[in-house]
Design a protein around this ligand. Structure first.
Ligand SMILES: [Zn+2]
Length: 253
């Protein structure tokens, strides 16, 4: 058998996430966020019922969100990490209950593209979802956060022009996020969407680049996807029929 065939045999034996009940729970759609729908109706307390791990943002687009071990954190443009109060809401988030189906030690990785190629080798199929958690030491981390917005909300591509970029060197911490199949286009972020938080919870954000010294990478195969759409007027009235792949590339990279 080829390596891919062995991987897939492993997934089939383990029940591909679909049978082991792993669900990626997502609030709203990425295209709604791109269009400036920055207020959702799912509270962080509700989000916590659907996962202890994940990424997203907070209402009014108030920074980058990362959830680890049931704790929800928000990284604002001041670069600081804040716990997210349970009553706050999210306009876009993806969470799951994380349990690695496989782990691998990785080291001496020179950049985000190299990391993505290494991770590619750990994903047995490009047709299911994966939660990814990388704990370790990083020679370099580059993240960004976005500034809290006031109504009327501008589109995300305009907000990202005002993003704040952070660079960290010699930092311990965790990269967390998801890999989604190409067919989620419009709903979620195809391929990798990763956030970072420092082990001492002093810094973090949406991951733009990194160099890995040594780390353990866990992959959670996820065969179910649940989407909770906002019942807000903003969401219901926004025209989401267009094609936004180009805009998405600009905001995520
Ligand atoms: Zn992000």
């Amino acid at each position: 058998m080829t390596l891919a065939a062995i991987f897939i045999a492993g997934i089939l034996a383990a029940g591909a996430g679909a049978e082991d009940g792993d669900v990626l729970f997502q609030a709203s759609t990425i295209d709604a966020l791109l269009e400036g729908v920055y207020d959702g109706d799912v509270t962080f307390s509700e989000l916590g019922e659907h996962g202890d791990f994940g990424i997203g943002t907070v209402n009014a687009l108030d920074g980058e969100m990362i959830a680890l071990d049931g704790q929800f954190y928000q990284i604002r443009t001041d670069g600081k990490v804040y716990p997210v109060e349970e009553e706050k809401k999210t306009p876009f988030a993806a969470v799951t209950f994380f349990g690695a189906d496989r782990t691998e030690e990785i080291r001496d990785i020179g950049g985000i593209e190299e990391l993505e190629r290494v991770l590619d080798g750990m994903l047995p199929s490009r047709n299911i979802f994966y939660a990814i958690r990388i704990d370790g030491e990083f020679d370099y981390i580059k993240t960004r956060s976005v500034p809290r917005q006031e109504r009327p909300y501008p589109p995300l591509a305009d907000v990202v022009k005002e993003q704040t970029v952070f660079e960290l060197r010699g930092v311990k911490g965790t990269i967390a996020g998801f890999w989604c199949p190409a067919y989620v286009k419009g709903i979620g972020v195809p391929e990798y969407h990763l956030h970072f938080i420092a082990a001492d919870r002093s810094a973090g954000g949406h991951l733009l680049d990194c160099r890995v010294k040594e780390a353990v990478c866990g992959i959670d195969d996820t065969g179910r996807f649940y989407m909770a759409l906002p019942g807000t007027v903003d969401f219901l009235k926004t025209d989401l029929s267009g094609e936004r792949s180009g805009a998405l590339k600009k905001v995520e990279k």
